[in-house]
Write a protein that binds this ligand. Structure first.
Ligand code: 13P
Ligand code: ZN
Length: 277
């Protein structure tokens, strides 16, 4: 059942859980996440990097995602991840997205506000949700999880000036494989959660220790992004197979099931499987 991203995160706020957002790269990862939603009954977000729109893949993948979302009996949303600007947002809108991220987090505050506000104005007209980013979540390969934390006051001012539904916050995570397990700024999450009504999003979810994730959700995180470990689940699963043992479609259903197992474990960790129970 198609929901906006905000509607899903509102469910998380009511039930004190976080909604997982899984990056979808291909048909196999889509099938894996679909099965996880069917198995758990949890609300899930299917999200697509801007890159897939650049290469043309999204033109064919987005209709498949939309079909899955409409077919599910449980709440699900489609989201553009790390959108760069208005043209990228419009492309995602064209293919039926129910939420977009505008990531202008590397720009100075006023420019980030202006870029984000421009997207909020469009989103209001078409009835979809917007996630902005304040503070910058960088790359684990650069050790970026150690700096540029989101300030509480700046976050609430950003939400006030832009009217975004959700904000990605820098609270100790980074994208990709961590060299050392990250330690999250839980008090800061609680502070931002208390200071603003916008939902809080944790990027760089892959590899964050489970106790840290539980504490982050308790402190007010309502969306957690998983990308790297979706790929790892698929690739590690594929590596165990004899590539010529079965027809290709049957063969590729096994790593898709490994993606499902991974997604089910994250859904349970975030408490999203409590939805409707
Ligand atoms: P990871 O690849 O580290 O899981 O990060 C996901 C993410 O934040 C996507 O926007
Ligand atoms: Zn991200």
């Amino acid at each position: 059942m198609k929901y906006t991203v905000k509607e899903l995160l509102d469910l998380g706020e009511d039930g004190k859980f976080a909604v997982p957002a899984f990056n979808i790269y291909n048909f196999g990862s889509l099938m894996g996440i679909r099965k996880a939603a069917l198995e758990t009954g949890a609300p899930v977000i299917f999200q697509v990097y801007t890159r897939l729109f650049d290469t043309g893949t999204a033109k064919f993948l987005m209709p498949a995602i939309l079909e899955v979302v409409n077919d599910l009996k449980t709440p699900a949303a489609i989201h553009l991840d790390h959108g760069r600007g208005v043209p990228e947002v419009l492309r995602a809108v064209r293919y039926g997205t129910t939420g977009v991220m505008i990531d202008a987090s590397t720009l100075p505050f006023e420019e980030n506000v202006a870029a984000t506000k421009a997207v909020v104005d469009i989103a209001k007209e078409v009835g979809i949700s917007v996630e902005g980013e304040i503070g910058h979540v960088g790359a684990a390969s650069n050790g970026d999880e150690c700096g540029n934390y989101t300030e509480v006051d700046m976050a609430s001012e950003f939400v006030r000036q832009t009217g975004v539904d959700a904000i990605a916050v820098m609270v100790g995570t980074a994208h990709g494989k961590y060299k050392k397990a990250p330690v999250l700024a839980i008090d800061r999450i609680a502070g931002i959660h208390a200071a603003t009504k916008a939902h809080l999003v944790l990027h760089g979810g892959s590899g964050v220790p489970e106790d840290q994730i539980r504490a982050a959700v308790q402190a007010g995180i309502r969306k957690v992004n998983y990308a790297t470990d979706v790929c790892c689940a698929f690739i590690e699963g594929y590596k165990k197979l004899d590539p010529y043992s079965e027809p290709f479609d049957v063969l590729l259903s096994h790593p898709a099931d490994d993606v499902k197992e991974y997604a089910v474990s994250r859904i349970r960790l975030l408490g999203a499987d409590r939805y409707g129970k």
